[in-house]
Structure formats: structure tokens, C-alpha cells
Design a protein around this ligand. Structure first.
Ligand code: SF4
Length: 471
């Protein structure tokens, strides 16, 4: 039986999160399960001997990671990369390939949607552009005619297959091998119990936010029975905490209700966090989700500038966001507002308004990111039209702002870094905030997460301050 290694490469400067076509340096010391590798562990397991090496969660040096790869001696490596970390990742993977020329190397990540990447990096044999499909099996069996959602090298020629976007049929996946991932010390700031695991009940996103890559993937739903089969397995492993990684839980309202009611009926007693959109949430749905164990909702707020919201996140208004936040507060569901600072045409003043809004909005947590032109999005095309001399694949782009930042063109990278620090400082280091968080603690795991987040945030603020201070 051939051996496949699912690899999250070592992280050098920061802990990098590379997951579901999104990569960023982590401000705190959390590493979530890479959902792409988790899903693939199930798809590949019947035909291959599969193992996972997450060098980031294990905090392995490049040298140690290299040694472990050699010990496992895989025939195929599927590795994660992304626009925030690709230079280091590629240097490492190139060395791995040089040490074993017959090894097949397959990449997953946002950066691989750019066709130049596989063309220019000849050590990459293939890239996978939908990790929930069985195309990887067709490819590895040599049934190239049946392959979609991949770019791959056939002798010296690179084949670009069709990327299937919309699906009438619901999809199914073999149950992922959660047990392999429970070996790692994965953590997540909003988990109320440990261990936790991550699941997916749909793929991509049906919304049309112009800065976001997820809607460029298309959108498909997973059969709920197939999801419940996976939950049964997770329950049997003793795991009771979930992160539902759907990008917009509740987009299909009837399905979200069915999911929540079924969780209550099966009495598994999971507690969970999900991403949603403020305009998908209403009293009936949120009450059912709460009853089914949802304790935290992550909502994309992005900006307090109504004009920018209308332009970049169609359908959403500040009124809808306020209503959703109030509703969650009433039902005692914690909220995490995610903010995208420095959208195109945004000024320093409007970023400052957004920071003030974040504080007044009543969100329990805030995640501040900076706009970067992501591969495949409308805004990437616009950015490249106005910056004809720039190539996005010439540099690393990181929405967390820990490495290169600001694709905005109005606010400089230095100013953007200052604004980001200010946002974190003003939101988290205010009187009464820590006190409220302490009152909200419900378990020892919760307390551990709280302390870990606090220390991590403080350290990242200090290191950012140091890196901004002139020598
Ligand atoms: S709702 Fe969220 S995931 Fe979907 S396109 Fe908008 S920002 Fe992206």
C-alpha cells in the first residue's frame, strides 16, 4: 500500500495557520485543525496508508520535520501553503523533493489558484483546488480524464482541469480520521471544552463579498445524514466540542434548523462555535442553535462605513449587524466580530470609526484583519489593474498584518500596522473587558483559553511594538 503524508509545514517566524485556502500569521498561540487535511484523511484512507505531520502544531524545526518525513518515507506528500507563508514553505518543500526525486508533491492553498505557481515551480507535481472532491483519487490512480478541480503535470505538460463550482447534488465524504488529529495539541480561542474537533457541513460560500475568496470556490451542501455519521464517530471518540467551519452557517435556513433540531434529538450534547452572517440570523434559528449547543457565533462585520459595507459585502447593513448582535446577547450566545481594515478607498478616519464601532457594538471578541487582495477575487483583479508593475506572487500577503500588509494604496503599510495595533489595544485592553470575560468563564478549559489568549495577545502586541520601533 502506498504511503501518503498530509503535511502542514514548519512555521519559522510566526505560527502560521494554513487552512481552507486561507493563510495567516497567528496573533495568539492557537493552531486549529487544518480542515483540508482532515477531510482528505477520510477520502484517502481506503486506498493509502495515511499519516499526518503537522509541523506547526508540533512546533518542529525544518530540520526535525525533514527527519520525520524521511522516517515515514512517503510516496506522496500533500502539503499546505498560502499567500502568507509560501516563500518559506516552498523553500522547504523544494528541499524535500530534491532529497527524493520520485516523491509526488501536491499542494493545497489559495496561492495555487494562480496558474503561474505550478508552471514556475517545477518540483510541484499537482495542486488540489477542492479538497472535498474525489478528484485526488482519480489523479493518483492515473485516471487523468476523470480529474477536475486540479492542475497537474503530465510529463512536461501542465494540465489545467475545469474547476466545478455549483452543484445541484449534495456531496458526501468518507468519515474523516479525527483520531489522527486528536494526537496534536490543537487549540482554539472560543472552545469551551477540550479536546475539540472541526467539521464541515458545506463547502465554499454563496454570498458575494468582493474581498473574499470563499465565494470564488462556488457553493455546495453536504448531505446531513453524512454529517451525522461523522458526528457519531466524533462522539464515540469522546469529543464534545466542535468548530463548524462552514463559512456562513444558516445561509440555508431550513437546513440549519434541521441540523440544530437533530442535534437536540440525538442528545449528543455537543457545544459549538460557527461562522455566520448577521443577515442569516433570526430569533427562531438562533434559539434552535443555542438549544443545540451553539455558544459562540463569528459574524463578519468588516467595517462601520455603511457605503463600503454596501459595496463590498452586498446585502448587509449596520442595522442588521446591530440586530444580530443584540439577539445573540439576549440568547447568551457569545459573538466574535471580524473586521477587515483598510478596504480599497478607505481612509485612516474611517478605519478609526470602525475601531470605535467594534468597541461600542457589544461584540464579546473582535478579530481585526487588514485587507489584502486575495487570489481569484474581484478586488485582486482591480488591484492588479491599478498596480500593473506588481505581481501578487512576488511577495507574501498576510491579512493578519504580521508580515507584509495593506493592499489599500491609501494607507501606508506602516500606518496600517499602527492602526491594527491600536484596534487590538483599544478593544481588548480596556477597563472592565477582562472582568466581563472572567464572569463569563464556564470551565477549566475556558479559563485556560482565556489566559492563553490574554498572554498571546499581550506578547504579540509587544513584539509588534518592538518591530515598529526604529533601531
Ligand atoms: S459571507 Fe463570509 S465567507 Fe461568504 S463571501 Fe462573505 S466574507 Fe466570504
Amino acid at each position: 500500500m502506498k504511503k501518503i503524508l498530509l503535511l502542514n509545514p514548519p512555521s519559522r517566524a510566526f505560527n502560521f495557520s494554513r487552512d481552507y485556502f486561507c493563510s495567516k500569521a497567528l496573533k495568539t498561540h492557537y493552531v486549529e485543525h487544518p480542515i483540508d487535511l482532515l477531510v482528505l484523511s477520510g477520502i484517502l484512507t481506503r486506498q493509502f496508508r495515511v499519516d499526518i505531520l503537522d509541523a506547526t502544531v508540533l512546533n518542529l524545526s525544518s530540520h526535525d520535520c525533514f527527519r520525520r518525513i524521511k522516517d515515514f518515507s512517503p510516496d506522496i506528500i500533500i502539503f499546505l501553503s498560502g499567500s502568507a507563508s509560501w516563500i518559506d514553505d516552498f523553500n522547504f518543500m523544494k528541499q524535500v523533493k530534491e532529497a527524493n526525486q520520485v516523491l509526488k508533491i501536491i499542494g493545497i492553498g489559495d496561492i495555487f489558484f494562480n496558474r503561474d505557481v505550478i508552471v514556475n515551480h517545477k518540483w510541484i507535481d499537482a495542486v488540489l483546488l477542492d479538497f472535498t472532491s474525489r478528484d485526488i483519487l482519480h489523479y493518483l490512480e492515473g485516471r487523468y480524464d476523470a480529474v477536475k478541480n486540479m492542475f497537474f503535470r503530465n510529463h512536461e505538460v501542465v494540465i489545467f482541469t475545469e474547476i466545478a463550482q455549483y452543484h445541484k447534488e449534495e456531496f458526501e465524504i468518507p468519515v474523516p480520521r479525527h483520531e489522527l488529529f486528536l494526537r496534536g495539541n490543537y487549540t482554539f480561542p472560543f472552545a469551551r471544552r477540550l479536546p475539540f474537533t472541526t467539521i464541515l457541513t458545506d463547502y465554499g460560500c454563496a454570498s458575494r463579498c468582493l474581498f473574499c475568496l470563499y465565494n470564488t470556490l462556488g457553493f455546495k451542501l453536504r448531505k446531513l445524514e453524512n454529517v451525522f455519521e461523522e458526528l457519531e464517530h466524533i462522539h464515540s471518540l469522546g469529543v464534545r466540542e466542535l468548530f463548524i467551519k462552514d463559512q456562513s452557517f444558516g445561509h440555508d435556513r431550513a437546513r440549519a434548523l434541521r441540523f440544530s433540531r437533530e442535534l437536540v434529538k440525538r442528545d449528543w450534547r455537543f457545544s459549538w462555535t460557527a461562522f455566520s452572517r448577521a443577515d442569516s440570523i433570526d430569533l427562531e434559528l438562533a434559539s434552535n442553535m443555542k438549544e443545540a449547543g451553539c455558544h459562540t457565533l463569528i459574524l463578519g462585520v468588516e467595517t462601520a462605513n455603511e457605503g463600503l459595507l454596501r459595496k463590498f459585502k452586498p446585502g448587509l447593513t449596520l442595522e442588521k449587524i446591530d440586530n444580530a448582535l443584540k439577539l445573540c446577547k439576549k440568547l447568551k450566545i457569545r459573538t466574535v466580530g471580524t473586521f477587515c481594515l483598510g478596504l480599497p478607498s478607505e481612509t485612516k478616519e474611517s478605519v478609526l470609526n470602525t475601531i470605535d464601532y467594534a468597541i461600542k457594538s457589544g461584540c464579546d471578541f473582535a478579530s481585526f484583519n487588514v485587507f489584502v487582495p486575495k487570489t481569484g477575487t474581484v478586488l485582486e483583479k482591480e488591484f492588479l489593474r491599478h498596480n500593473v508593475d506588481k505581481k501578487l506572487i512576488d511577495r507574501e500577503w498576510d491579512q493578519s498584518g504580521m508580515s507584509s500588509i495593506s493592499g489599500n494604496g491609501i494607507i501606508s503599510e506602516g500606518e496600517m500596522a499602527d492602526l491594527l495595533s491600536l484596534a487590538v489595544w483599544k478593544f481588548y485592553f480596556r477597563l472592565g473587558y477582562a472582568f466581563n470575560r472572567v464572569l463569563d468563564l464556564t470551565s477549566v478549559a475556558d479559563l485556560r483559553m482565556f489566559l492563553r489568549s490574554g498572554v498571546g495577545l499581550f506578547r504579540s502586541m509587544m513584539s509588534r511594538k518592538r518591530s515598529l520601533t526604529p533601531e
